[in-house]
Design a protein around this ligand. Structure first.
Ligand SMILES: [Zn+2]
Length: 144
């Protein structure tokens, strides 16, 4: 018999987490709900549609969002984290180390909300979606 997979826990608060080979150190939902930008504004995340895609928004203005960034760099309790679309739907928040961090910060497809000019630039991608509660809105014909 194979040994059972090791227990994991949230890197933010230590609460037990289900084993995940792909995301061994993902934050729990309670910690993700504390994620903020460099000015302490709380952030929210979701999928663009049922088929995926990451969207992020400020929780004080949930109808204005950015659906074009691949990942978001932000903070939980002052620590650098990255939020991405999870492989099988939903979003996943993970700690970043310095090597990952510099690669992500240099990636233009990543919204860097940790502060400074990068944060101001990322905010320019926010658009009034007006799509709250109307899924299917993203059903555009794909021109080729
Ligand atoms: Zn936690």
């Amino acid at each position: 018999m194979k040994a059972p997979p090791p227990d994991h826990h949230c890197p933010g608060c230590g609460t037990p987490r289900a084993f995940s080979q792909r995301y061994p150190w993902h934050f729990c939902d309670t910690c993700l709900a504390r994620s903020s930008d460099g000015e302490g504004r709380l952030l929210g995340f979701g999928n663009v549609s049922l088929s995926g895609g990451l969207r992020w928004f400020y929780r004080d203005d949930p109808e204005t969002d950015d659906e074009g960034s691949r990942s978001v760099l932000c903070l939980i309790d002052g620590r650098d984290i990255v939020v991405s679309e999870a492989r099988f739907g939903g979003v996943v928040a993970e700690p970043v180390n310095s090597a990952t961090l510099s690669a992500l910060a240099a990636d233009r497809a990543v919204a860097d909300l940790r502060g400074g000019p990068a944060m101001l630039r990322a905010r320019e991608s926010l658009r009034k979606s007006g799509a709250a509660g109307t899924p299917g809105q993203s059903n555009r014909p794909s021109g080729s």
